[in-house]
Design a protein around this ligand. Structure first.
Ligand SMILES: [Zn+2]
Ligand SMILES: [Zn+2]
Ligand SMILES: [Zn+2]
Length: 368
């Protein structure tokens, strides 16, 4: 007779029902209690305005355009866009490029499709030296309002099928400019990650007649604090059961909505509130600016109905492991086998729960 699986000490694999993939979990390698802050990185004092920054108000960008003296958010077309609007781009012969569904014919091994798109950059604030974690709820709300406005305008472009909003924060994530900003890539295809999720959510709904993320959220809320980091009336932030990155989290709307454009005013404020809370908690983990890749997953805008195969949520993928300078790498077994983690999602959630919702830089001023 085999022993029951103990998720706190036995090596095991966890299934990610959203992407239909597995993650290896090795909790026996982290048998040590949380010691609070382990190492503090030197604080880098950035100026509020940097004359050399291409995102600061009034500065000139790479191709000669001048930024306005913006006061809240500012959106412009990426000067080095990964995808473009032009339609007459060379492509592979149609017959070679199309997937071949004929059962008796081998599928093409040289498949390529043309992609059209628009890449926008969104400056979150005129202040060069602030991050989302240091912005007020009102300022985060104006970022959300801008995301919604950009979603609506991209939706009206006939070729756009998916709007991917994301932010790369910190040089560790390859972000070259500390000025707070994110990106919006609108493409004529649904990219891989959301496509996998749509497929899984559709299959789940076909089988159970329920929304996968509504069900998952309901079950997590029933478990109280096991993996929940924080919540408010409209959103919950949790470390998913299948998290890969040490402090990976998801923000999920409590109401079944599929897109940012479905948010009512109360929910927009609640979303700003919870984004502020999790980013401040992140910074407080090591009392340093926490790098991450953040992205919003919502319903495609491809003209199809997406009522039950999508549910508005945000992923945060932070790379930090044990201190502000050591990051987790997805290499070796993780690159060739499957992703692996030591710290369990429950341990990560517990550490994040313990982190204050007040930014560490504010603590000294508020306690005086
Ligand atoms: Zn700047
Ligand atoms: Zn749902
Ligand atoms: Zn997702």
């Amino acid at each position: 007779m085999s022993l029951p699986l103990d998720l706190t000490s036995h090596p095991h694999r966890r299934f990610n029902p959203l992407t239909n993939s597995w993650v290896l979990c090795s909790p026996h390698r982290t048998k040590r209690p949380w010691q609070g802050q382990l190492e503090v990185s030197p604080t880098i004092n950035l100026p509020e305005y940097d004359p050399k920054c291409y995102l600061c108000p009034g500065n000139t960008r790479a191709q000669g355009e001048k930024n306005p003296m913006y006061k809240e958010t500012f959106v412009f077309g990426n000067d080095f866009a990964a995808v473009k609007v032009e339609t007459d781009i060379g492509r592979m012969n149609e017959a070679e490029g199309e997937a071949n569904d004929e059962a008796d014919e081998a599928p093409s091994l040289f498949l390529a499709h043309r992609v059209q798109g628009v890449c926008q950059v969104i400056c979150y604030s005129p202040s060069h030296n602030l991050t989302v974690a240091e912005l007020s709820t009102t300022s985060i709300l104006s970022i959300i309002t801008t995301w919604i406005a950009e979603t609506l305008s991209a939706q009206s472009l006939p070729f756009v099928k998916y709007i991917q909003i994301f932010e790369n924060k910190g040089s560790m994530m390859g972000c070259s400019n500390p000025h707070p900003h994110g990106q919006i890539w609108c493409t004529s295809v649904i990219p891989e990650e959301p496509a996998k999720e749509l497929d899984s959510m559709k299959r789940y709904h076909d089988k159970c007649n329920k929304c996968l993320l509504c069900e998952y959220t309901r079950m997590e809320l029933g478990k109280k604090l096991e993996r929940i980091v924080c919540e408010n009336a409209s959103f919950v932030c949790l470390v998913p059961f299948w998290a890969i990155w040490p402090y990976e989290t998801m923000i999920i709307s409590k109401r079944h909505i599929t897109s940012l454009v479905d948010l009512n005013q109360e929910e927009k404020i609640a979303l700003a509130d919870i984004i502020g809370k999790i980013t401040r908690k992140y910074d407080n983990v090591f009392e340093s600016s926490f790098p991450y890749s953040m992205g919003i997953h919502q319903a495609p805008v491809d003209g199809e109905e997406h009522v039950w195969d999508s549910h508005l949520h945000i992923h945060f993928y932070p790379p930090l492991l044990r201190n502000p300078t050591v990051k987790k790498f997805l290499v070796g077994f993780e690159m060739l086998g499957e992703p692996q983690r030591d710290l369990t999602p429950e341990q990560a959630a517990s550490r994040l729960q313990q982190c204050s919702e007040t930014h560490y830089k504010m603590k000294s001023t508020s306690s005086q």
